[in-house]
Design a protein around this ligand. Structure first.
Ligand SMILES: *Cc1c(COP(=O)(O)O)cnc(C)c1O
Length: 356
């Protein structure tokens, strides 16, 4: 149990219009901070007013990117309770990332307590309009002021909160995806399976190129063979071929193990679908499409939940999926996951955690 010291703001900020939240534009009144010092461990957990940090320009995070982050949401349920969706999975992944980045692990119970405490402190910021939620961004930065390349001896674990809008304000629109053959996001043995800022920095140029060509996201291929499918944008990806659901397997370590991905696989298997986790060559998808067997494809992640793919462009080849409309499996997953997340469907699997 952490002994969290709480300092509340003198004057709360005005709340933004819930119809115009967008993603990650507004931040709440408070944040959680905990320090790490080598020899002492994690200490001084506190909730303080949201404000700028004061850290040395020599802090190692700025130079060698020793940092990690997580992303989950708090949902306002019809009974007035605030729900988290499988936060233990995010915390487990946080510690997996920490090990990869030589960042000290955090006791999972302490991490959950911290998340609940800061959401509770800003519970009036959890938006209530349909589809809206409070995005929770825990992250850890290396704060030691030294330019030698080694793991930092000091860190800060911080949790900030941002009310976010309905992802699909005007109905679920399938997105156009560009298959990237020049740049890669991650390689076997690298940091693809870790949730770290560096992966995102490395993905920006490919994303920019896709946008310039009129596409919403990039389909990333594996960094070694440029052949197997890794992810789509910052989402995991699923394909339905001839009634069987396929998603890239995680064993090469270049794919981020999404909580939404894991939840979709569990639901699909429960519903009797055959789900295969394996290496998927992009050529197989092209062939399946030519044979008329590519039923649908979609990305999965906390922000959008399910993002149907309407079009895939690979050089000269354009694949239009399911007539550019959302498929039946994507729709069923979306309805069930969002139903559980917002507390509108019975949670029979113990996935929801109440912030009380
Ligand atoms: C966070 C993330 C995902 C999705 O993970 P969820 O836990 O489902 O939100 C997928 N790919 C990348 C690269 C990510 O950073």
């Amino acid at each position: 149990m952490l002994d969290i010291k709480i300092t509340t703001v003198a004057v709360k900020k005005p709340k933004p219009d819930q119809n115009k939240l967008g993603f990650g534009n507004y931040f709440t009144d408070h944040m959680f901070i905990m320090d790490y010092t080598e020899g002492t461990g994690w200490h001084s957990p506190r909730i303080v007013p949201y404000e700028n940090l004061s850290i040395s320009p020599a802090a190692m995070v700025f130079h060698y990117a020793q940092e990690m982050f997580e992303g989950l949401k708090a949902y306002y349920a019809p009974n007035g309770k605030i729900l988290l969706f499988r936060p233990q999975k995010n915390i487990e992944r946080m510690n997996n990332t920490n090990r990869r980045m030589c960042i000290p692990e955090i006791n999972p119970d302490d991490a959950l307590q911290a998340i609940k405490a800061v959401v509770r402190a800003d519970s009036d910021w959890v938006p209530t309009l349909p589809g809206t939620s409070l995005y929770i961004r825990p992250f850890i930065i290396a704060t030691e002021a030294r330019l030698g390349v080694h793991a930092s001896k000091t860190y800060q674990f911080i949790i900030i909160l941002s009310p976010v809008g309905a992802y699909y304000a005007t109905g679920i629109n399938p997105v156009k995806i560009y298959v990237e053959r020049e740049y890669v996001r991650a390689v076997k043995g690298g940091t693809g399976q870790a949730k770290v800022g560096g992966n995102y920095a490395a993905s920006l140029l490919g994303q920019k190129k896709a946008e310039e060509l009129g596409y919403a996201q990039v389909l990333w291929l594996d960094g070694v063979h440029r052949k197997y499918i890794d992810e789509v944008g910052a989402m995991n990806v699923f394909f339905v071929v001839d009634g069987v659901v396929y998603t890239p397997s995680l064993e090469d370590g270049s794919i981020l193990p999404g909580v939404t991905r894991a939840s979709c696989i569990e639901l699909l298997r429960e519903w009797g679908y055959k789900v295969e986790e394996r290496k998927i060559a992009f050529d197989e998808i092209i062939e399946a499409n030519r044979a008329g067997k590519l039923d649908e494809a979609f990305g999965t992640g906390t922000a959008a939940v399910i993002s149907p793919i309407g079009e895939l462009c690979d050089g000269g080849e354009r694949i239009i999926l399911n007539g550019g409309k959302i498929g039946t499996i994507a729709q069923r997953l979306y309805d069930n996951l969002t139903g559980i997340q917002w507390g509108k469907l019975a949670d029979t699997r113990g996935w929801s955690v109440t912030v009380d």
